[in-house]
Design a protein around this ligand. Structure first.
Ligand code: HEC
Ligand code: HEC
Length: 215
């Protein structure tokens, strides 16, 4: 295909997507964060916490650093306190209205998450994607809770999907849906730092006895 033809095809394809989006107001990204705010902060390395001699204080400080990720919109949007996810950096209610359904994938006969969310991010329409896309169960709700409450809750096997501490650390360090937070697609602020740094903080927190921040 020559360059001009390729360019025309690209414009046409882009146009069709634009038309599809403009016909469905639910798919517009009007409340997306402005360009300037899309710079993610970093995470302090584990070594910076070594000088805190008291184990519980060190664990709590490590968890607070990891909390910059846990409480970022990329994670919180999918761990809501109700039945509806939130979206964008402003964590506004998901448009259109979708609800969790029994398995977190939308109700039977209703709008399934996978109608729009596919295996990968679809940047042309601003739809995030991942093979495991679904809403976190209600017992894993984080919105409206303090970091200390989130910490206590994710350690509790009755609330965290029956995970041991080792499995919990592994989930945060390795899970590919968690990993989406650092690869969220165009126009979305990634979670702070990298998943590797986050995993190291969580591992060090567990090794220091997994105390939670106060409050
Ligand atoms: C698209 C939705 C979605 C996003 C985005 C998401 N999660 Fe989750 N999360 C889930 C689901 C679903 C589960 C339950 C999976 C299971 O138990 O196997 C879960 C479970 C968890 C758990 C298990 C323990 C518990 O009590 O919550 C942790 C930890 C976790 N997520 C961390 C994260 C972090 C960190 C991020 C952001 C970097 C994140 N999640 C982003 C959907 C999501
Ligand atoms: C009709 C299409 C559609 C359906 C169905 C749908 N979504 Fe979405 N979703 C979108 C679009 C589009 C966005 C991006 C919005 C934006 O960033 O402006 C989005 C964004 C999100 C986000 C926010 C990501 C972030 O951090 O910015 C979450 C979480 C989410 N959807 C979860 C779900 C879940 C869970 C379901 C099923 C219960 C679901 N969605 C069903 C279209 C849909």
């Amino acid at each position: 295909m020559n360059v001009v033809k390729a360019a025309v095809t690209a414009v046409l394809a882009g146009g069709l997507v634009a038309v599809a989006i403009s016909l469905n107001p639910g798919l517009q990204r009007a409340d997306a964060a402005p360009e300037a705010t899309r710079v993610a902060g970093g995470l302090k390395p584990v070594t910076e916490f070594a000088q805190i001699k008291n184990k519980d204080e060190r664990a709590a400080a490590l968890f607070e650093e990891a909390g910059k990720v846990l409480q970022s919109p990329r994670c919180m949007n999918c761990h809501p306190a109700g039945d509806r996810p939130t979206q964008t950096d402003r964590m506004t209610p998901h448009q259109p209205l979708v609800v969790r359904g029994e398995a977190g994938m939308g109700p039977p006969g209703g709008l399934a998450c996978t109608t729009c969310h596919h295996e990968a991010n679809f940047d042309a329409a601003g739809v995030p994607g991942n093979p495991k896309w679904q809403l976190a169960p209600i017992e894993m709700a984080w919105q409206g809770k303090s970091l200390g409450q989130i910490c206590t809750q994710i350690k509790d096997p009755k609330l965290n999907g029956g995970r041991t501490m080792a499995q919990l650390v592994h989930h945060m360090a390795e899970d590919e849906l968690v990993g989406w937070g650092w690869n969220p697609g165009a126009g979305r602020t990634p979670a702070p730092g990298t998943q590797k740094q986050f995993g190291e903080l969580v591992k060090a927190w567990a090794e220091a006895g997994a105390a939670c921040p106060k409050g």
